[in-house]
Ligand binder design. Structure first.
Ligand code: NDP
Length: 287
C-alpha cells in the first residue's frame, strides 16, 4: 500500500492564510510585524533563500528589509547593523542567513541578536530555552515538521523517533522537540554503525543529512512516518531529498515529498515566529 503524502505546500498555504489574518489584526492595532534579513557574501543559494523570505513576507503582510554585505565585510560592521536593528521598533524579527564567510564567528553574530527578536531560534539563550522545555522561538524547520505531524494527528508520544543528522539548525532541535512531545529519541550521525538497525525501528523517521536518497525502502519500518528534510540537486538539475521517495512510499505510512514537503513549511514558520514576536511587543505595550 502506498503511503499517505504529507503535502507541505498545501499545509503551508493553509497556515499562511490563517496567520495573514493575525498579521492584519496586529497591523490594524498599530503594530505591523517586521523582519530584517542579513546576508553576507554572494552565495547564490543564500540569495535565493533571502529573496523567497522577503517575497513571503510581502504576501502575508509583514514588513521586510534585506541588509546585504559583501563577502569581505568585517564582522564589526554586521554587529553594528544588528545593534541598530535590535533598537528598531519596526523590526520584530532578525535573521542572519547562514553560512557566513569563514572569517565570521557564527555564535558571536547570532548572540548579538536581541533574544526577543531571534526568530530563527539559534541564539544560545533560545537553544537553552528549547532544551529545558521553555521554548521561546522554535527553530523554523523542526517547528514546521512538528506542525506537519500535528496536522496529520501523528502523535510522538511513546513512539520511537529516529533523527538522522545532528546539525544545530535541524537535527538537534528536531530531536529535542520530539523528546518534549514524549517520543523516545535516537540521533544518528555519519559515525553511526549499522544505521539501518536504527532507522528500521523508527516509528517516526526524520532525515536531515544532505545525502541524496540515502534512505531506501529496506531501511524503513512498514507503516512508519518518514519526514525528509533534505534538499539536494541531482546532476540532471532536479531536486531530491535524502529519502528514496519512489521506493519508500510503498513501505511508509506517511511520507513528505521533496520538493513540496518540509521546505515550504520552514519559511512559513519563520513568518509565524515573526508575527509571534510582534504580538509579544504589542501585548507588553498594552499591560
Ligand atoms: P549539515 O551538513 O549541517 O548536517 C548533516 C548531518 O547529517 C550531520 O550531522 C552528519 O553527521 C549527518 N550525516 C551525513 N551523512 C550521513 C550518513 N551517511 N549517515 C548518517 N548521518 C549522516 O546539514 P543540515 O542539517 O544543515 O541540512 C541537512 C539537509 O537538510 C540538507 O540537504 C539541507 O539542504 C536540508 N535543509 C532543508 C531545510 C528545509 O527547509 N527543508 C532547512 C535546512 C536544511 P556528522 O555530524 O557525523 O557529520
Amino acid at each position: 500500500m502506498s503511503a499517505q503524502i504529507i503535502d507541505g505546500k498545501l499545509l503551508a498555504s493553509q497556515v499562511r492564510t490563517e496567520w495573514k489574518q493575525r498579521a492584519a489584526r496586529l497591523t490594524e492595532q498599530g503594530v505591523r510585524p517586521g523582519l530584517a534579513v542579513i546576508i553576507v557574501g554572494d552565495n547564490p543559494a543564500s540569495e535565493i533563500y533571502v529573496r523567497n523570505k522577503v517575497k513571503a513576507c510581502g504576501e502575508i503582510g509583514i514588513h521586510s528589509e534585506a541588509h546585504q554585505f559583501s563577502g569581505t565585510t568585517q564582522p564589526e560592521e554586521v554587529l553594528d547593523c544588528i545593534q541598530a536593528l535590535n533598537q528598531n521598533t519596526h523590526v520584530h524579527g532578525i535573521l542572519v542567513q547562514l553560512p557566513l564567510p569563514l572569517h565570521f564567528e557564527n555564535n558571536k553574530i547570532i548572540t548579538s541578536i536581541a533574544i526577543e527578536k531571534d526568530v530563527d531560534g539559534f541564539h544560545l539563550y533560545n537553544v537553552g530555552a528549547l532544551v529545558t522545555g521553555n521554548t521561546n522561538f522554535a527553530p523554523c524547520t523542526p517547528f514546521g515538521v512538528m506542525t506537519m505531524l500535528e496536522h496529520h494527528h501523528i502523535s510522538a508520544e511513546g513512539k520511537h523517533a529516529v533523527v538522522v543528522g545532528r546539525s544545530n539548525i535541524v537535527g538537534k532541535p528536531m530531536a529535542m522537540m520530539l523528546l518534549e512531545r514524549g517520543a523516545t529519541v535516537t540521533i544518528c550521525t555519519s559515525k553511526t554503525r549499522d544505521l539501518q538497525y536504527f532507522t528500521r525501528s523508527a516509528d517516526i523517521l526524520v532525515v536531515a543529512t544532505g545525502q541524496p536518497q540515502m534512505i531506501t525502502a529496506e531501511m524503513v519500518k512498514p507503516g512508519a512516518t518518514v519526514i525528509d528534510v533534505g534538499i539536494n540537486r541531482l546532476p540532471d538539475g532536479k531536486l531530491c531529498g535524502d529519502v528514496e521517495f519512489d521506493s519508500v512510499k510503498d513501505v511508509a505510512g506517511y511520507i513528505t515529498p521533496v520538493p513540496g514537503g518540509v521546505g515550504p513549511m520552514t519559511i512559513t514558520m519563520l513568518l509565524c515566529n515573526t508575527i509571534i514576536a510582534a504580538e509579544r511587543v504589542h501585548q507588553n505595550a498594552s499591560v
